[in-house]
Design a protein around this ligand. Structure first.
Ligand SMILES: O=C(O)CCC(=O)C(=O)O
Length: 300
């Protein structure tokens, strides 16, 4: 089943900044019609910067992975204990989490999904050879009022190949009010941005790797458009390292449960900061610069 198209005039927000469907934010194109044609999928991602594939995974397998996260949240006392576990209703403290890798190792259904044959064979066919997935996984439970600022992933994991791909996977159904992924189709073609911001490193020279938390700022400064849609468990969004994305605000009373994981050819250089038993402990350098200082320098 596909997500319904969002009606023009529907309002959503990112860090409290409003976007209006049909004006500043639009429904993205789906790649299901070219689903098994790898050449067409490569051409599509070169053109748009992303592939949105509905029903890529078996829904029950995804829901089981989501339950692993909900169980962790429940164990940490972060859920409303009076509501069913599978609803993921946010507890009184409204505390969210990106679960760290030591917790990830305790989530077998989650690991089965993100390391599954389904995803690995997809990337093998897509990239044309044996692939690996970065050890660093980002299972997210996003609380009410939270969102992710707009960024290129290369800024966070650019010490290996540029031909690294993100799979953003909803681990339950995510309606617009739960703060799904939001992104800028075609932002992979912003040559000046790629040559400036796209060469920065969030762990070495930037204090905050997010280019902006205000989507309207990027409409004005870069001329981008935004896209988002409700997602269902089973859907997947695949994009490259130079693709502007973030998330809408979660304004619901439920956690937004999703994950982002990374895949590349095994023969290409690997960003070793995201490998090994403690991949989330990335050393932070001194003398890093604020994004506004750097944007001034870059003329963005
Ligand atoms: O899920 C989110 O809030 C952000 C995801 C993200 O930044 C990514 O997939 O690279």
């Amino acid at each position: 089943m596909r997500a319904p198209a969002v009606e023009d005039g529907t309002k959503v927000s990112m860090s409290g900044h409003e976007l209006v469907f049909g004006q500043t934010i639009f429904t993205p194109r789906e790649a299901n019609d070219i689903g098994h044609d790898m050449e067409a999928l490569r051409a599509r991602i070169r053109e748009d910067g992303y592939l949105l594939i509905r029903g890529f995974y078996d829904r029950e397998t995804v829901l089981a992975a989501g339950m692993d996260i909900l169980q962790q949240l429940s164990d940490q006392g972060l859920l409303d204990a009076d509501a069913p576990l599978e609803d993921g209703v946010i507890g009184q403290e409204n505390e969210g989490a990106v679960l760290r890798n030591n917790v990830v190792l305790k989530m077998p259904n989650y690991l089965r999904l993100v390391n599954s044959d389904r995803i690995m064979t997809f990337f093998e066919a897509f990239l044309g050879g044996p692939v690996l997935t970065l050890d660093h996984k980002w299972p997210r439970a996003v609380k009410r009022g939270a969102s992710t600022g707009a960024h290129y992933d290369i800024v966070f994991m650019g010490a290996g190949t540029n031909e690294l791909y993100t799979a953003w996977t909803p681990l339950g159904d995510i309606s617009l009010d739960m703060g799904p992924l939001v992104f800028c189709p075609g932002s992979n073609h912003l040559e000046h941005l790629r040559a400036t911001y796209g060469t920065a490193d969030a762990h070495n020279d930037l204090l905050d790797g997010h280019l902006s938390r205000d989507p309207n700022d990027l409409i004005e400064s870069l001329g981008v458009e935004w896209a988002s849609t409700p997602f269902r468990a089973g859907d997947i969004m695949i994009f490259g390292m130079y693709f502007l994305h973030g998330s809408l605000d979660n304004v619901s009373d439920r956690f937004r449960i999703s994950t982002d994981t990374r895949y590349q050819l095994a023969s290409e250089p690997v960003d070793e900061r995201h490998m090994g038993p403690h991949p989330d402990q990335i050393p932070k350098a001194e003398n890093r610069k604020t994004m506004s200082e750097m944007r001034e320098k870059w003329g963005i």
